[in-house]
Structure formats: C-alpha cells, structure tokens
Design a protein. Sequence first.
Length: 194
Amino acid sequence: MALVRYITHPDVVVDPATPVPSWHLSDAGRERWAAMLGRPWVRGISRIVASTERKALEAAGLLADELGVPVEARPATGELDRSSTGFLPAAEHERHADACFAFPERSAGGWERAVDAQARIVAALDDLLEVDAAAGDVAVVGHGGVGTLWWCHLAGRPIDRRWDQPGQGHLATVERGTRRPRHHWVPIEQDPPS
C-alpha cells in the first residue's frame, strides 16, 4: 500500500533577528537528516512535497538530491502563522503553543487559530491521499504544529497538544486510499512501525 510520510524538519538555527520562516537547518539537524537518508523506508519515496519555509525546503532539497526526485513547494503547508508575535523565547513560545492547542477556536496572541490551520493543512494535502497505483510513497516535509493538526484530523482525535511531536525531526505515516494513520510520531533516524 502506498503511503504518505509526513516528515518534520529537524533541528534549526534559532536566530531572534531573523523571521522564523527564514530559519535554516543547524549542523545537528543536517546530521540527523543525513542519518534518515540511509533508512530503508526512504527508498520508497517517489514524490516530495514541502512547505515553502526555508528549513523545510532545505530538508526537502537534501531528500530530493538523494532520490533524484523534484520538490513540489506548497505554501499552504506552512507552519501555524505566528507572525503576530514573531520570535518568542522558548518558555513564552510554549505557553502560546499550549493555548493554541487547548483553545483551538481562539487565537493565542494573534497566532493563526488551530482550527484554521487544521482546515488549511487538510485541504492542502487532500490530493496526496488519493490512491495512485502508478505512484510510490509521498514525502511531505513540513512542521510539527500543522503536522499534528493533520494527524489529529485523520485519526479522528480532537485537537490536543498531547499528540504533538516530542521535538523537531519526526515522522508520521498515513495510508493512501484508506487515509488512516499507520503510526504516530517516531524520530526520523528510526525505522517506522510497519
């Protein structure tokens, strides 16, 4: 069965002076991504879709170079819009993220509402879940927040941060056709459950 592999970008260089969508992968993030590229499940990928944020495009580009597959950039797969606050120190960011998931129909400090981000990511990835007998697996290189919202929708779970990835650089797999999640987040360096 063909799959959609939703892969979140790994570790980034946190730069308060740079807009968050322009952050890039750190050396540690590149090392983790390189470790992922050696995993057997990666060879099944025949299509790559990515957010237009720099960190996602960088990671997708490395995957594309490895597989010889072009990257299809989709702006609607970007992370929750947090431009209202810009960079927030870690503790404050976590408070906003907690509020965003706890009260999905409200804006946390002007951030995009979780329900709106969920509707956006569900619509943006819907076509990838169709069965295409000629195609292999699809990799979506994106972000943990919207990836979690997408997973919650497909798993029939209410929006709740307990389903969030435990850190950057994780993978969740969804079956094409059935639209069922096959597993929750696992680190990109590991083989996902079959």
